[in-house]
Design a protein around this ligand. Structure first.
Ligand code: CA
Length: 249
């Protein structure tokens, strides 16, 4: 892995809480790991440090939230099962309310996956325990790469059905109302709209939206499509192409 110099933050950038920092991909970025299982936490930290990340390990939700607020990490690795007042879902909700730091969740059960990446919590990605730390690191890198290189360079307004996508404002409107989408839902919808009329496989969607370094399973696409349908209803002309994937328009 090539060592990239860290680009310093713009000194003019506001530093108030919740201010959006320009994503910087590169060595030295901080990752907060919130996991009470010391062995797992140490292993994850070891692999991330080996990749050049600065890692802060928190043993519970409150400590983790404190680190996030103080150190403004580029990404958070968050276990669902945490001791104390706040479980991983609570922490995820609070992080989402405070900003858009990417979150990778560690889940112990397969049936948590829909909640984790779906509407309810909006994590960017997940791995199910037991997982390979190598895979987790690959996902972290994929998310940061994606955050550092926007896929839509030109601000564009796209229309599909009664849905209007404004990629400049990163806003989706239906009639007069703005529809709240997670970052990933927005990217998926935009990608589909940029390829209107084409049947796209789940793999193509993963490569296009999650990035080619993404090792996740194709079910993730289905979860996000389900959320888009739920939020946008019949006004979204999104068709399931059996045996292939999805087509918009
Ligand atoms: Ca745990």
């Amino acid at each position: 892995m090539a060592v990239m110099p860290v680009r310093p933050e713009d000194p003019r950038a506001p530093h108030s809480r919740g201010a959006k920092l320009r994503p910087v991909a590169g060595t030295g970025d901080t990752v907060v790991v919130i996991e009470d299982d010391q062995n797992i936490s140490d292993l994850v930290a070891l692999y991330l440090r080996r990749e050049g990340f600065r890692v802060l390990q928190a043993r519970d939700g409150e400590q983790g939230l404190g680190y996030v607020e103080r150190d403004r990490p580029k990404l958070v690795v968050l276990d669902v099962g945490l001791p104390g007042e706040l479980d991983g879902f609570d922490v995820c909700r609070k992080l989402r309310a405070a900003g858009d730091v990417p979150i990778v969740m560690l889940t112990a059960r397969d049936d948590e996956v829909d909640r984790v990446v779906g509407l309810e919590f909006g994590a960017d990605d997940y791995v199910t325990k037991p997982f390979s730390p190598r895979e987790l690191v690959a996902r972290v890198r994929a998310i940061l790469r994606r955050a550092g290189s926007p896929t839509h360079l030109e601000p564009t307004v796209l229309e599909t059905g009664d849905v209007v996508i404004d990629t400049g404002r990163r806003e989706v409107r239906q009639g007069e109302s703005v529809v709240a989408l997670t970052g990933r839902e927005f990217d998926l919808l935009t990608y589909l709209a940029l390829n209107t009329g084409l049947a796209l496989s789940r793999r193509q969607l993963l490569d296009g939206v999650w990035g080619e370094g993404w090792y996740g399973d194709e079910r993730t696409v289905d979860v996000h499509v389900r959320q888009l349908r739920k939020k946008l209803g019949d006004g979204l002309p999104l068709t399931t192409v059996w045996g292939v994937g999805y087509r918009l328009g």
